[in-house]
Write a protein that binds this ligand. Structure first.
Ligand code: ATP
Ligand code: MG
Length: 331
């Protein structure tokens, strides 16, 4: 079986972008592939997190994974910091990566540009793609299902793997990004030229997976559109285009079908429809999340088992790396 690895970081509450661009696509891979789905807490702390929020979110994300359809008996569901091999491999790969390639990462440039002047930027934010390369490579991953914003990082992981392989000897499988067509990039509701992000300061810019129906209706009704007033699927109307993409990603239909449905109708009708489509998709997941969070012990049993399964594979790769580099084995 080919191997799949992916993760979401608990840097904020899970958004509709995370759900449609990543999580929803993970579900269908579980039968065909051996899947490792991680909660990337070590990535979240590249920017400062409130400790109690971080702890709560990790458990919440695990519940969301399961409620959305990930099955812990088929896939390995685990928390990144529970598997120390991620951090250890990350250091070894830090010595394989170079400053130049890390400086070219657009996520680093975007995230640091957003920080206010005089706020210090953690070295972790700069090194983030190396830890992500470690995440991917220690499972011998073939495919990494992500949104298009993470494609560059997966390509870097591949470059680092290739470099390690040629400076020592064949060690890593070369991973590839797998980007879903319709939901590759869900845009910010307030500024449809940038992607929706869970760490955005403006809560009207995103829909959260756990937003109640009334909040979803309100946020969609406030979503920025344009003065054209006609539902078209075009780059000239990025706000409307984004709402159409959301519907298509949920219903698995083509943009033309949505456009045809709203011929002669205005944005108010269209937005009400979009809100109901989103609510219809998220409500059943929300109900399950609530149920799952009532039994914290059952969730703990799942992440403990996940950490064990993940560690077995990850440690094997780590030992191989250490040996090739020339680190003296303890036993
Ligand atoms: P942050 O703003 O803290 O980086 P994020 O919303 O970008 O948060 P991540 O944890 O970085 O979330 O990404 C998790 C997964 O969700 C990745 O596969 C990423 O490509 C995908 N993703 C994130 N935002 C979007 C989006 N707007 N549309 C589609 N996929 C997305
Ligand atoms: Mg991100």
């Amino acid at each position: 079986k080919k191997i799949v690895f992916s993760a979401i970081k608990p840097s904020g509450e899970i958004t509709l972008g995370n759900y449609l661009g990543a999580l929803k696509n993970w579900i269908g891979l579980q039968d065909e592939y051996e899947c490792f789905y991680c909660i990337a807490d070590l990535h979240a702390i590249t920017v400062r997190q409130e400790p109690k929020d971080l702890r709560r979110r990790v458990l919440e994300i695990l519940a969301i994974y399961i409620a959305a359809g990930l099955n812990h008996e088929k896939s390995t569901l685990f928390v990144q910091s529970h598997v120390p091999a991620h951090s250890e491999a990350s250091w070894l790969l830090t010595c394989t990566a170079n400053m130049g390639e890390l400086s070219r990462m657009t996520q680093y440039k975007d995230k640091t540009a957003k920080l206010k002047e005089n706020t210090s930027i953690s070295a972790g934010l700069f090194n983030y793609p190396v830890l992500m390369a470690a995440d991917i490579l220690i499972y011998n991953t073939n495919l990494v299902p992500v949104g298009v914003d993470q494609k560059q990082h997966v390509e870097l992981a591949r470059d680092i793997a290739q470099r390690f392989n040629s400076s020592y000897s064949d060690t890593f499988v070369l991973p590839e990004a797998k980007v879903s067509e319709s939901a590759a990039k869900i845009m910010d509701l307030q500024d449809p030229t940038k992607k929706m992000s869970k760490s955005d300061d403006n809560e009207n810019s995103y829909i959260l997976l756990l937003d109640p129906p009334a909040v979803i209706r309100r946020k969609i009704s406030r979503a920025v559109t344009d003065s054209v007033g006609v539902v078209n699927y075009t780059d000239e109307q990025p706000g409307v285009k984004n709402l159409i993409n959301i519907v298509c990603a949920i219903q698995g239909i083509k943009p033309e079908a949505v456009v045809a449905q709203f011929e002669g109708k205005g944005y108010k009708d269209f937005k009400e429809f979009v809100a109901e489509v989103i609510i219809g998709e998220l409500e059943p997941v929300q109900i399950k999340v609530k149920e799952l969070l009532e039994n914290k012990e059952a969730l703990a049993a799942i992440y403990r088992e996940g950490a064990q399964k993940a560690s077995r594979v990850a440690t094997r790769t780590l030992r191989k790396m250490q040996k090739k580099i020339g680190l003296l084995p303890l036993e």
